[in-house]
Ligand binder design. Structure first.
Ligand SMILES: Nc1ncnc2c1ncn2[C@@H]1O[C@H](COP(=O)(O)OP(=O)(O)O)[C@@H](O)[C@H]1O
Ligand SMILES: [Mg+2]
Ligand SMILES: [Zn+2]
Length: 503
């Protein structure tokens, strides 16, 4: 007797439907799984056996063969447990043959028969939609993810007995519905209100948020660089529906969603010991890396010079193109990776070169070596270079409360609206404009052009730096609600160039 169900596996950020065939034949009792299963799939045998017997269903005294098709797709994880168990029950005639037609069934089984969390329910729901599959049986704890995809009926499954009762029409499972709280705006942990002083750095962060510009903070230890960086999400505009769907899909595929959706913009802060693969993605079954997990959000690289050169090199493509390409025998995968980079560094190895409270103990050679670590192409892609001096203790101890992030955020949202209108594409920001776009969209008056030419001659700006200054000026003008870029806007933009440009 043969049973056939549809399940799915996640590859990259997409899911692929997988047909699960269960065959019972005469012969020595035992179970074989064929069709490129990984170790977790292999172990399904033991979990399925225990889960079924502990739920009160007998294992047939037959030879069980399970085939997962297509055979050329590597199958991963424990999600096939549930369809395999149900296949065994169908093959024995315990539940009707067509119980799960037009459905994808997926879930890991605990030995008790309970159904457990699996990664990737959202991409699986998207795949179901593309393949005109209308019903989804998923672990109850993951069911909210699937509800972002419209027109699919989602059945939250808690255990084997429940889904068997549903199939036998004894007790129907109620389809899941989206709770209001799932799409609520988050409360941010870090807020400008708690950062004393540092007006200059907050202003730079506001520009970064408004135009999508990358930013780097330099200053002595304890000056508040990490604190400032962590405030950035609180001044970014809320995610739109499409952004939320994209970001939630990435987190679902990576197995990082636990019973909810992504409502906050991502904030990722990989440690400097993070491997290049973990940073940009990869692996034999490709997984998104930190840059993709930061898509539509913030990638924070604290202590930037501590990152190995290979990691910094690997950042170049995503910074330039907003995507990561991963080559595989089966073809090239593209992961989205459009994020705002926030970096922090000390001015020298000991940290106190620019500080007034303590002497620097580094030799000039050490300082040079330290600066060399991050020089060049990476720093060139950072629009805003900001010095963060230590805040005097009187200011830190003072009673003054700073304006909250919500105020800066209002201005950021307004500036983003201006860009949306100008570029007629919701997610394009000033920072992402190519040289060609700059010519089309950004007009500079004769006065401003002359000033810019002087700056180029005087400071020796590279072509890339030249374009970056124009884009930052555009954002500063957008924040002010000004159609024209004035010399004041340009003047401020020039302040954010790194010191080496100037001398
Ligand atoms: N301007 C500030 N306002 C309020 N707290 C601050 C400020 N600057 C630093 N701090 C506090 O001092 C500590 C060190 O700050 P941190 O951001 O870790 O510094 P850095 O990253 O520059 O070494 C943190 O507890 C932080 O909250
Ligand atoms: Mg720090
Ligand atoms: Zn030093």
């Amino acid at each position: 007797m043969l049973a056939v169900l549809t399940s799915a596996t996640v590859y990259g950020l997409n899911a692929i439907p997988v047909i699960v065939e269960v065959d019972l034949a005469h012969g020595l009792p035992g179970m074989t799984i064929v069709g490129l299963p990984d170790k977790a799939v292999e172990e399904a045998k033991e979990r399925v056996r225990s889960a079924l017997t502990n739920s009160g269903f007998p294992m047939p005294a037959r030879r069980i063969t399970i085939n997962l098709a297509p055979a050329d797709v590597k199958k991963e994880g424990a999600g096939f447990d549930l369809p395999i168990a149900l296949g065994i029950l169908i093959a024995q005639g315990i539940i009707p043959k067509d119980s799960f037609k037009d459905s994808i069934v997926i879930g890991e089984l605990a030995l008790t028969g309970e159904v457990r969390h699996i990664p990737g329910v959202l991409p699986i729901a998207l795949a179901a939609h593309t393949h005109s599959i209308t019903h989804l049986f998923v672990p109850a704890c993951d069911s909210i993810e699937a509800l972002l995809v419209k027109k699919i009926v989602v059945f939250p499954v808690t255990d084997i007995r429940g889904i068997v009762a549903h199939a036998n029409n004894e007790e129907q499972i109620t389809p899941a519905s989206l709770p209001k709280s799932a799409l609520q705006e988050p409360a941010y942990e870090h807020d400008f209100a708690y950062v004393r002083g540092q007006e200059h750095a907050k202003r730079a962060l506001e520009i970064a948020a408004a135009g999508g510009h990358n930013i780097i903070f330099s200053g002595p230890p304890g000056s508040g660089k990490t604190l400032l960086a962590r405030c950035l999400p609180s001044i970014l505009p809320p995610m739109g529906d499409e952004e939320r769907l994209q970001v939630s899909t990435i987190y679902s595929a990576a197995g990082l969603l636990q019973g909810g959706l992504m409502s906050e913009r991502p904030f990722r802060s990989p440690h400097h010991t993070t491997s290049s693969v973990a940073l940009v993605g990869g692996g034999s079954i490709p997984k998104p890396g930190e840059v993709t997990l930061a898509h539509h959000g913030v990638l924070f690289m604290d202590e930037l010079p501590e990152f190995p050169r290979s990691a910094l090199e690997a950042l170049r493509q995503p910074l330039e193109d907003g995507v990561v390409t991963i080559a595989r025998a089966q073809g090239t995968l593209r992961f989205p990776a459009r994020f705002t980079l926030v970096a922090a560094q000390n001015p020298c190895p000991c940290g106190y070169a620019t500080d007034t409270t303590r002497p620097c103990i580094c030799t000039p050679h050490q300082i040079l070596q330290y600066k060399k670590k991050t020089s060049g192409p990476l720093l060139d892609r950072i629009d805003l270079h900001v010095e963060v001096p230590r805040v005097p203790s009187e200011t830190l101890a003072g009673e003054n409360v700073a304006p909250p992030s919500s105020e800066a955020r209002k201005r950021v949202i307004a500036a983003r609206k201006k860009q949306e209108k100008r570029y007629k594409k919701s997610s394009l920001t000033n920072a992402a404009l190519g040289a060609r776009h700059i010519k089309t969209y950004i007009h500079l008056s004769d006065d401003v052009q002359l000033l810019l030419k002087q700056a180029v001659d005087h400071h020796g700006l590279s072509a890339r730096a030249y374009h970056r200054v124009i884009k930052v000026s555009r954002t500063i003008a957008d924040l002010e609600g000004s159609q024209e870029i004035t010399s004041t806007h340009l003047g401020e933009a020039l302040q954010y160039r790194p010191v080496k440009d100037m001398y």
